[in-house]
Design a protein around this ligand. Sequence first.
Ligand SMILES: [Mn+2]
Length: 300
Amino acid sequence: MITVMTHTDSDGIISLALFLKKMQSIRVRTYFTTPVQLRDMICQSVRGKRSMGELYIFDLAGENKAIYAAAIYDKVIWIDHHQWEPQHVPEHVKVVIDKNAKSAAHVVADFFELSSPLVELADQIDTNAVKDELAEKIRETVGALRYAYYGRELNEKFKKLAYELATEELGVLDNYSDLRKDYGVWIEKLKEEAKQKIKYYTVENIKVAVFEATEHIPVYLISNELPDDVDIFTVIIHMPPKERRRTPITKLEFRTRTDKNVLKIAEFYGGGGHRQASGASVRDIITVPELLNTIQLIYT
Ligand SMILES: [Mn+2]
């Protein structure tokens, strides 16, 4: 049995689609996850299993413990384009990182020697430089699914989309147009809210914009509307506590409009990503004054 763990975003889904194309759409166990949840997910995925089989990981930055966890599988192929350095990699684990690649999908295609129109679309989406209508459709479909579903159901929807994309008959995206319409209405409201709620600060010479939210939002949509001189755009998402989780969790997303290296601040908070787009998940409440202090500490 083949297990795939991939990122819950367009790049992760396209990476999976390319892999499925290579494997001629055989059935695989699929998990959509984030770098923060990856290690737990690997551990959960092997519970009660006698034979592990192969594990493929796409578009997810890792760390040593996640590599050790993954190594319980018989063979591991881990393909990524985030900035991280694997250490102590066992022989049966192959980690391929191209941090200059615009998308993980690109690295997946290179690794499996595939050529596909999906690669260019993933590159556009993952670098927030969408030009083709198809790329926009994929990005919006993924956003719309995430808006309409959650948990196991969302996983099933993402998986279905990946199998559909694997056929490269991109007309299937039209089946999602009603869903995208509903999503569009929500997006417009969100943009309005952002306009009113975003606060601007200046830390020494650094221009900072902050948006505080209480649910996951498509960060690029708001970032794209910001003035060109915003050095650091932070979305602080205060996740509501769950019954089984008493510690508050704050999700942080960082973007820049001026090429400021926002990977640095994500790493400070234990996260990662890219120089121009990064994020972290913190088991604490992060306040705006605290964030501004951190920016001063790191960048001045
Ligand atoms: Mn990516």
